[in-house]
Design a protein around this ligand. Structure first.
Ligand code: M6R
Length: 613
């Protein structure tokens, strides 16, 4: 995600901000910016696309101001441009804001502000904050920030400075991390401890609804409760971070892969934030607005992706046919691009890719465009080739994924595709009741995902128990047949163990020949419409002395009698089970690889983004 650093103290702010941003580089970003104040003057301001390391001259600028804020942006709302980089300012350029998070109601706020005479210079949601602070500014920055955030729905970690109320930084948090580093009489505000720890290890975490005011002598933290700012919070304790830089970057986890798996509930939340319309029992997908009418005439969807993204396509195939009432099929990018396909004009192509830069997926996209087919993208990276070349699309908003293994991005793709199912379904035969049911269940997923992550130590024990096996089989049916493929891919990718996935019904058509006591099977068998069939497949494995690790629905005691180990997932709608069933598989692969001492974040022979054929 984006990164924030702010400094106030007795030293020039710019070099400290610069090195803070450098230490946030690992998170990935596409643009950055600085604003340094020297008393009531702007002493240094710059915004650029690209990497900080290409602009090292910045830190040598003769800036002496001792108050400043800086930001690395990973585009979500608005393309990658200099204008969209932070800090954003009001029209008079005397209030500056950096922000992480998503302002859900920014379009309404923007329209209102424009009608009140405010002019906008960027496409971002953040700029709304700068103008709102301006609107409420009556001489005191923190009061204006409090008034501004009362109007905002969504998430924010923000830091603001103003030449009209100089020598202070105001920071506020709602569901987006922010902490204060305390170093004598200098204070650093940051979204991530790695930006701070070379300067101080003493930190205070801001909690939701808290607002901090930092000066070069002191800081105060207040709670915004029931729309009024209360007195200072007195019970905030200074914590000592013991992590080294590498651990800090990984949020204290040993690997990015584990950190990213632990972020999966947040990824679901971010994917659905502001995209649910309960009254209409529908999904609000602004990225599809421009093709809304064309979509009504679409009767077939061809989904294309590679690797894990292809498995997301396979899951969506079932979702679209069962709930959206559209015929759907999936193809692998490298296959689609060379085959002859028969596609009627009422077909749309749907391209799924984390990076938006996968060469085979892009080639398939171009091939489809050539044939005049409507193209839609589901990607994580704003401004990627896929995002630019498709006719319309929806971003997954999963944040940068650093480990080569795709985990949280897959969850973001599945969640986005589930929302799309409701959107397409409601354009067709899906009833209000069904739309509401799916939407409600999607909204519950973050909490259910947390429940699974809470089992991580138990899953670790199971993974360690099985880590000496050299072959694994994964089986699932219907929605979870693609999860069997994904489970096997993840295990081989990070642990280098041979693993294969098949639809449960395929076992007896060949794979059973390989099942014995040396080849455990991971059976994804939630209590759904194919549960009984999965039980038969499990019996087939047991009859060959194969061990079974079952992924089953909480409350299913029967499965314990037949499986060697069981990992429970909470109950949800059948079409949404893949979003939960894959989480234990991500953890299982991670812990097997960890037990074997593999280079988990950078598995041998693999690249994060496959931009060549
Ligand atoms: O960036 P993309 O989603 O297009 O990448 C597609 C695949 O290369 C990717 O999912 C790959 O299979 C992962 N490393 C699997 O974990």
């Amino acid at each position: 995600m984006c990164g924030i650093v702010g400094y106030i103290g007795k030293n020039p702010a710019l070099p400290i901000l610069f090195s803070g941003l450098e230490r946030l580089e690992y998170r990935g970003y596409d643009s950055f910016g600085f604003c340094v104040l020297d008393d009531d003057k702007v002493d240094y301001f710059c915004k650029e696309k690209g990497k900080i390391s290409d602009q090292c001259h910045i830190k040598d600028s003769h800036s002496i101001g001792n108050v400043g804020i800086a930001h690395t942006r990973w585009a979500t709302t608005g393309m990658v441009t200099k204008e969209n980089a932070h800090p954003h300012s009001n029209q008079d350029k005397d209030i500056f804001v950096v922000h992480n998070g998503i302002i859900e109601n920014y379009k309404e706020l923007k329209e209102k502000l424009i009608s009140e005479g405010y002019a906008f210079a960027s496409e971002t949601d953040t700029e709304v904050l700068a103008h709102l602070i301006d609107k409420y500014f009556k001489g005191n920055l923190e009061d204006a920030v409090v008034e501004a955030i009362k109007e905002v729905r969504g998430t924010y970690g923000l830091a603001a400075v103003s030449t009209k109320d100089p020598n202070k930084i105001v920071a506020a948090r709602m569901s987006s991390p922010l902490l204060i580093g305390v170093n004598g009489d200098e204070f650093i505000i940051a979204s991530d401890p790695s930006a701070i720890i070379t300067r101080t290890r003493q930190i205070i975490h801001l909690d939701d609804n808290e607002i901090a005011v930092l000066t070069d002598e002191d800081f105060t933290i207040s709670k915004i409760e029931k729309e009024t700012r209360c007195l200072n919070v007195t019970n905030k304790e200074i914590e000592m971070i013991e992590w080294d830089i590498e651990q800090a970057e990984k949020g204290g986890y040993e690997h990015f892969m584990l950190k990213e798996i632990m972020e999966e509930p947040n990824v679901i939340e971010d994917a659905i934030r502001g995209r649910i319309n309960i009254e209409q029992a529908n999904a609000k997908l602004g990225g599809l607005d421009s093709i809304q009418e064309r979509l009504r005439g679409i009767n077939n969807i061809v989904l294309v992706g590679c690797g894990t993204a292809y498995y997301a396509c396979k899951v969506a195939e079932y979702m679209f046919e069962e709930y959206a009432g559209i015929s759907a099929r999936s193809d692998i990018g490298s296959e689609y691009r060379y085959r002859k396909t028969i596609m009627s004009k009422d077909t749309a192509g749907l391209f799924v890719s984390q990076s938006g830069e996968t060469a085979d997926t892009l080639a398939a996209l171009r091939e489809m465009k050539e044939k005049g087919i409507l193209t839609i993208g589901v990607t994580n990276v704003v401004g990627s080739n896929q995002a630019r070349e498709t006719d319309a699309g929806v971003y997954t908003r999963s944040g940068p994924e650093i480990a080569v293994a795709s985990t949280k991005a897959f969850i973001g793709q599945l969640t986005t595709l589930a929302l799309m199912t409701v959107y397409l379904g409601r354009q067709r035969d899906m009833s209000h009741v069904m739309g509401e049911r799916i939407i409600n269940e999607i909204s519950n997923l973050p909490e259910l995902a947390e429940e699974i992550l809470a089992l991580k130590d138990d899953i670790k024990v199971i993974a360690e128990k099985y880590s000496h096996y050299r072959d694994f089989w994964f089986i699932g049916r219907k929605y979870n047949s693609a999860i069997a493929l994904e489970g096997a891919l993840k295990l081989k990718e990070v642990s280098y163990i041979h693993a294969e996935g098949t639809a449960g019904g395929e076992l007896k058509h060949g794979p059973l020949a390989l099942i014995d006591e040396n080849c455990p099977t991971v059976a994804i068998c939630p209590s759904d419409s194919v549960y009984e069939k999965m039980l038969s497949n499990i019996e087939e494995v047991k009859a060959r002395k194969g061990k079974i690790i079952a992924i089953a629905t909480k409350g299913n005691e029967e499965i314990r009698k037949i499986a060697d180990d069981v990992i429970y997932i909470p109950k949800t709608l059948e079409m949404l089970t893949p979003i939960l069933s894959v989480i234990p598989l991500h953890l299982f692969s991670y812990y097997v690889a960890s037990a074997l001492g593999r280079d988990i974040d950078k598995p041998k022979n693999l690249a994060k983004s496959v931009t060549v054929e």
